[in-house]
Structures are given as structure tokens and as C-alpha cells.
Design a protein around this ligand. Structure first.
Ligand code: CMP
Length: 140
């Protein structure tokens, strides 16, 4: 097993409902350590750059509007197999398909307003972490 870092966002629908602590408790309970965290209010352009890979998708504009609607909490999570573990803890993108006990099953409102984002690969985790954090801000 490998000690990994993954990138996480607690999204506007969750920060608006004051769910940051409850979601962090689920991460920590699962053995993920929050080694960097900050609250930022993204501009639509910053959200668009982060989600550039989705720019041809029909929901891209709606996604960028949503992600810049309110503050988000961006995080680096550390743990054994942190990337896969975080995806398991988050649950499926669509909350209707998410397993019981997952963050999205518990809190997500829709496929778009789904409370959390997590990296889907080691390569993307490194890119996403570097978009928001300097190395000196990540403290294990
Ligand atoms: P996330 O894991 O952050 O990665 C891309 C995001 O796009 C996804 O979570 C959802 O918030 C959003 N998304 C994916 N599919 C749809 C959809 N069909 N309609 C609206 N938003 C979507």
C-alpha cells in the first residue's frame, strides 16, 4: 500500500449549509488526514480553469457558475491509497447512485450540486494540488 495525497473540494452547496465539519469528520473517520486546507471564493474564470477538462460538456457553464457561487474549502488529504479511498468515501457522482454512508448519499443535492470533488488519478491529484497549494502549505 502506498501513502498518497489526493485533492478534495468541499463545494458551495455544502459550505452554504455549514457542512464542512461534518464532511471532514467523515474523511478523518475513514483514515484520511487533512494535511492542507483553506477556504477560497473562486471566480468563475478560476473554476473554469480548474474544470477545463470538462469544457466541451453541456454542463460546463452551469458547473463553473455553481463552483463560484459561494466559498469552497480546498484540501489535500493524505492516507494509504488516499485517491481510491476518498472516491469510496465520497460515493458516486450522482447521489441517487451513491452507496449508503457516503458523503454524497448523505449530503449531495443533485449530480451537479454534489457536495465534494476528489481527484480521480495520481496524475490529476498532483495537477489539482499544485493549482491551489504551494509545497510549503502541505504539512503531514
Ligand atoms: P466532480 O467530481 O467535481 O467532477 C466534475 C463535476 O461536474 C461533477 O463532480 C459534477 O459536479 C458535475 N457534473 C457531472 N455530471 C453532471 C451533469 N450531468 N450535470 C451537471 N453537472 C454535472
Amino acid at each position: 500500500m502506498a501513502l498518497e495525497h489526493t485533492f478534495s473540494i468541499i463545494k458551495p452547496d455544502a459550505t452554504e449549509r455549514n457542512l464542512t465539519g461534518k464532511i471532514n469528520a467523515i474523511f478523518e473517520e475513514a483514515g484520511l488526514r487533512i494535511v492542507a486546507q483553506k477556504r477560497v471564493h473562486l471566480t468563475k474564470a478560476q473554476a473554469g480553469k480548474f474544470y477545463e477538462v470538462h469544457k466541451e460538456r453541456p454542463f460546463y457553464d452551469e458547473l463553473c457558475e455553481f463552483m463560484s457561487r459561494s466559498p469552497v474549502v480546498v484540501q489535500v488529504l493524505e492516507g494509504e491509497n488516499a485517491i481510491a479511498k476518498n472516491r469510496e468515501v465520497m460515493g458516486a457522482t450522482n447521489p441517487a447512485e451513491a452507496a449508503d454512508g457516503t458523503v454524497r448519499k448523505l449530503f449531495a443535492e443533485s449530480i451537479g450540486e454534489n457536495s465534494v470533488h476528489g481527484s480521480d488519478s495520481a496524475e490529476n491529484a498532483a495537477i489539482e494540488i499544485a493549482y491551489f497549494f504551494a509545497g510549503i502549505e502541505i504539512v503531514g
